[in-house]
Design a protein around this ligand. Structure first.
Ligand code: PMP
Ligand code: GLN
Length: 405
């Protein structure tokens, strides 16, 4: 039992008051957080029968061979706990892929950890690195899961807005917020929702900015294999100076059209991996065994899958863009990921979340507003995000409803 002085020291006044009157109401650890915009929009899309171009998930199946491999491994005794760090075969396949794409030689035993999707990769990494009072730099718009986990760790977020119109990093502003209190900088490349990508020069600037500091980097690279128009993803794994202080997070959900499987991974130097695993082992311990064996085998059998994904999604991007060309939406350049930002200012002056609600209710199209990913969205910005990881029929149905606006 905890001593009385501990209760007095550690229980916030509101919790003490709740206890006195006997109500079991929890005192929220995330008072400013509601249900994620993705869940809200997908629920509304289901209720209203809208075309769901909101939440980012493909409405088509993973590769047939990969599904066959999952059922093969389900039936061949791979149904108990996987090793905490991940099935060795999968970690080896990831190491081979890192060497092939980024020339990063990573040790499967000490530098690669399989996680429950990108989400756990990010959460466990933040929990492993951020102490109470540490500062964490985020670039707005920032994916919605980063800030709440930093907050749960007692960290303090410093928001740096990406410059408009191209969502580039203003390195001068980054240099201004970095201080001895900075523990972590979270970058997302390719970037959700804008599709902007960090260049080799950006990575050099980041390395330069962090030289001599105690800050780590968390690189969210879940869209690493969806980069268009002949450009290549520049991974932090390919930058030795940064890689020495970085955890790179990725997700098989994106690469294999299987967001529901929740399998991802982290790549980090041994000292970081060791801290990450201390958290991972108590958050999820291990990830679904048959899925890990199946993905490992598929990666080895079909290394070309990753190389072909960009062309696959570029075709979908181009299809959506040509379908929307006659509309009054202005299409922001979409260089990567499976998202297209559209500027609706010729159609409405509503703020983005209100416009997204109106769009789903009156036109039957789900979209994602950008403002939930920003501390302070730039005044007057009128952007919503459409997901093009959809069958042709879905893209046509969405466009038919949007062109008339
Ligand atoms: N990071 C970004 C930028 C994402 O868009 C997503 C989800 N799509 C994730 C992380 C989480 O990945 P996962 O679905 O594998 O948990
Ligand atoms: N990452 C997905 C998106 O950006 C959503 C994932 C989720 O709903 N948690 O749409």
């Amino acid at each position: 039992m905890r001593p009385a002085w501990w209760e007095r020291r550690c229980t916030p006044p509101t919790a003490r008051a709740a206890r006195r009157v006997g109500t079991p109401t929890p005192v929220s650890r995330l008072p400013r957080v509601g249900t994620t915009i993705f869940t809200v929009m997908s629920q509304l899309a289901t209720e209203l029968g809208a075309v769901n171009t909101g939440q980012g998930f493909p409405d088509f199946e993973p590769p047939k061979r990969l599904c066959e491999l999952v059922s093969l491994h389900l039936r061949s005794g791979h149904n108990q706990y996987a090793p905490m760090a991940g099935v060795a075969l999968l970690r080896q396949a990831i190491a081979a892929k890192l060497a092939r794409h980024y020339r990063r030689i990573a040790c499967p035993d000490t530098e690669i950890t399989v996680t429950c999707g990108g989400t756990e990769a990010l959460a466990s990494s933040i929990m492993a690195l951020v102490h109470a009072g540490d500062e964490v730099v985020l670039f707005d718009p920032a994916y919605d899961s980063y800030e709440p986990i930093v907050e749960l760790c007692g960290g303090v977020v410093r928001h740096v807005p990406l410059s408009r119109p191209d969502f580039a990093v203003d390195w001068q502003r980054v240099a201004e917020v970095i201080s001895p209190r900075t523990r972590l900088v979270i970058v997302n490349t390719p970037h959700n929702p804008s599709g902007a990508c960090l260049s080799a020069a950006d990575l050099d600037r980041l390395a330069e900015t962090l030289r001599g500091t105690f800050a780590y980097v968390l690189a969210d690279e879940v869209y690493e294999h969806m980069v268009f128009d002949g450009a290549r993803h520049v991974s932090l794994n390919s930058h030795p100076e940064l890689a020495a202080r970085t955890i790179v997070a990725s997700s098989f959900g994106k690469t294999y059209h299987a967001t529901g499987w929740k399998v991802g991974y982290c790549v980090a130097p041994p000292a970081l991996t060791s801290e990450l695993r201390k958290v991972h082992q108590f958050v999820t311990f291990a990830i679904a065994t048959p899925l890990q064996y199946a993905i490992a085998e598929f990666m080895t059998e079909h290394p070309e899958w990753e190389d072909e994904l960009s062309v696959f999604y570029q075709t979908k991007r181009d299809r959506l863009r040509s379908l929307l060309a006659p509309s009054r939406l202005v299409l922001v350049p979409a260089r990567a990921t499976y998202f297209q930002l559209v500027d609706y200012s010729a159609i409405s002056d509503l703020p983005d979340h209100e416009f997204a609600l109106q769009l789903i209710r009156t036109s039957g199209v789900a979209s994602i507003p950008v403002s939930p990913f920003c501390e302070r969205p730039p005044g007057g910005e009128r952007l919503v995000r459409l997901c093009f990881a959809k069958q042709d029929a879905t893209l046509v149905a969405a466009a038919e409803r949007l062109v008339g606006l």
